[in-house]
Design a protein around this ligand. Structure first.
Ligand SMILES: Nc1ncnc2c1ncn2[C@@H]1O[C@H](COP(=O)(O)OP(=O)(O)O)[C@@H](O)[C@H]1O
Ligand SMILES: [Mg+2]
Length: 375
């Protein structure tokens, strides 16, 4: 499937920068798997440049280079800074289908690649909320019988009809110009990550259950997101990254197969623009809010990365997600007639501050008071 058109970067990503004067972007016909465009999503020049090189790697003419270029991109950075959305918006704007795998330490090959399912399942998907204990019990037994039937069928060929249902990796591999997103990929057990290495190398995928050999479709790309660089660091001086529970140190051979973007929250000025454009806040409010987010983050990121074994990390940050939600809940409190000053603190508490410890709440509210007094 060829690109249907080539367009200037400005038209596709809304970024007008001389860095892209010579760049044209391939745009494909959207499919049902292409994410929806979020209007006003902000790309940065640095990130977009690297993404363009990554995407180009998948559609170079034959023999452009003699060596094989990697087509995988790891985006790592703190929570809520827009890593997943960055990939989704890249796909949305370029019309690419996107297949997302939410990774956890329980993710296994069957979830990634696919597994056998009965054509007509014995058990219902999930018993309803109001199901009685008897119905739940029967469902549990049916599920166990189903598992047993699948295992007998696999081992002896005898039993009910089954179909092999593709997981996200196979659906991606069959779709031209698609992006596979391994979201929160540093949660994967290193052995599971390693099982993806042949996929990252672009090799044919042989499905052991069916014997099918799948050639990865042309134009296919892989993106992974993570909070750490796969070596227990959140990208600073190599501290503990201890807040990101469940992240695993990855095998260096896995990381070696990725290009990398170490990203972080947008600069204060850009976030201020988001608050103005996406939420309709006045300039003075947006300025103060973006400033608070910046200050809290510098404490969070600075302390955590250097906390090491004995440090006390500040467990509290303001993500872009929450900065926007603070603004939106403020607006809603405000339209109900709440005093503006109270609405700001109430909205901040409701969005995230009430998750904080007493000391954290006080520190952040004090900081907010100072910023408001200065503005
Ligand atoms: N650059 C950006 N422009 C606009 N909105 C953003 C941007 N980055 C993040 N956001 C907002 O923050 C939300 C969370 O981003 P997400 O991609 O889920 O974060 P992460 O994957 O890094 O945890 C997004 O849905 C979006 O509303
Ligand atoms: Mg994410």
């Amino acid at each position: 499937m060829q690109a249907i058109e080539k367009k200037p970067v400005k038209d596709v990503f809304g970024l007008d920068d001389p860095a892209f004067a010579k760049t044209q972007v391939k745009v494909f016909a959207s499919t049902v798997d292409t994410p929806a465009i979020v209007d006003g999503f902000k790309f940065t020049v640095e990130n977009l440049r690297r993404m363009m090189v990554w995407a180009a790697a998948a559609s170079l003419p034959d023999n452009f280079f003699k060596a094989n270029m990697k087509k995988n991109l790891m985006i790592f950075g703190p929570t809520g800074c827009g890593k997943t959305e960055l990939v989704k918006q890249f796909a949305a704007r370029t019309g690419r289908p996107l297949f997302r795998m939410q990774c956890s330490e329980d993710t296994d090959q069957a979830q990634l690649f696919g597994s056998w399912k009965l054509c007509r399942p014995i058990a219902k998907e999930e018993p309803g909320e109001d199901a009685g204990i008897l119905e739940k019990g029967i469902q549990g037994i049916a599920k166990a019988i189903e598992k047993l039937a699948i295992s007998i069928k696999r081992n002896t060929g005898v039993g009910p009809e089954m179909t092999f249902v593709d997981g996200p990796v196979l659906r991606w591999a069959r779709t031209p110009n698609a992006i596979l997103v391994l979201d929160e990929s540093d949660q994967l057990l290193p052995t599971v990550s390693m099982s993806l290495n042949c996929v990252l190398d672009g090799d044919d995928i042989v499905v052991p259950e069916t014997g099918e050999r799948i050639k990865i479709a042309p134009g296919a790309l892989v993106a992974a997101t993570a909070n750490t660089n796969g070596r227990g660091s959140a990208g600073g001086n190599g501290g503990s990254a201890s807040l990101y529970k469940g992240t695993k140190r990855q095998n260096i051979a896995s990381m070696d197969r990725y290009f990398v973007i170490n990203t972080t929250y947008l600069p204060e000025e850009e976030e201020k623009q988001l608050l103005i454009n996406q939420i309709g806040l006045p300039d003075v409010a947006a300025t103060a809010m973006a400033k608070l987010a910046g200050k809290v983050r510098s404490l969070f990121l600075g302390l955590n990365e250097d906390a090491g074994a004995n440090g006390e990390p500040l467990e509290f940050t303001i993500t872009t997600r929450n900065l926007l939600n603070w603004g939106m809940s403020y607006r809603l409190f405000n339209v109900t007639g709440m005093d503006s000053k109270i609405a700001f603190t109430e909205a901040l508490k409701m969005t995230l501050l009430d998750f904080g410890s007493a000391a954290e709440r006080k520190a952040v509210l004090d900081l907010w008071e100072t910023i408001v007094a200065d503005s």
